[in-house]
Write a protein that binds this ligand. Sequence first.
Ligand code: NDP
Length: 288
Amino acid sequence: GEIEPVTVIGLGPMGQAMVRRFLAAGHRTTVWNRTPGRADALVEAGAVRAATAGEAVAANRLVLLSLTDYAAMYDVLGKAEAELAGRVVVNLSSDTPERTREAAAWLAERAAVLLTGGIMVPEELVGTEAAYVFYSGPRATFDAHEPTLRVIGRPDHRGEDPGLAQLYYQAQLSLFLTSLAAYLYATALVGTAGVSATEFLPYAVDNANSLSMYLADAAREIDAGRYPGDQANVTMMGATADHIVGTARSTGIEPALPVAVKALYDRAIAAGHGKDGWPSLYEVIRKG
Ligand code: NDP
């Protein structure tokens, strides 16, 4: 079929990477950015410069946004309201699921459809085999544009609720940011004895690589709502959590991270999960 033309608004590192992939795949690509200079290299590479946000929206049915957050979407599309009717706005910006649902309603009032996107790789991997993108919103709209969306990464439609892709995105980033902080924390702990990050690295890598082995069993227990504690139970793991806090305090480094983890174990024990497996912490987290 024909190669669908596309508009990309927001030319930060991510937007620029997307435009380059669209151009490489032969898509006529119209671009606009608040700071116009950020479009220069892309226009040289073949993108079409829109003079205003309204012109960018008017140019194509499919309009991708790659902005800092959803507040930026209102700043940009607030000046293009007359052009929104009939558009499919694919917002690949990070924000909360609630703000994303509000944006879907705001666009619907202007006869446009929101597809929420959450792109799960950094800029240098956009459009590669490693790239995948969570989407949510109307399935038929997604299906109609799926071949174009495939250019920036494997599209994964999770459901109709516009907040859902954002929820998946934030869940994945929670796993990512928390894990990275945990790595830095462990490195700081051995660092108090003068151990360099490089010296500790192979041990950290071994630990990080083994983490995924525990997830499948935990998922099964979470879904069954039963947590047999014959291996690592909450009382045993909680004692370890307490030793980590004690170690951190005696070294004088920032204690917030292990204190937060220990608090989960304390609450699980208080809720009667002491003899259950560590995945029962899920119950404490879930109930808030
Ligand atoms: P930024 O978060 O820095 O996005 C910058 C873009 O948003 C620029 O085009 C900027 O315009 C525009 N912008 C911000 N505020 C406004 C506003 N009020 N009005 C108009 N335009 C505005 O860069 P990224 O490209 O890194 O990220 C884009 C999105 O992708 C973010 O939501 C980010 O969380 C997400 N993301 C980023 C990844 C990464 O590795 N960088 C990975 C996965 C997702 P101007 O140039 O004029 O400042």
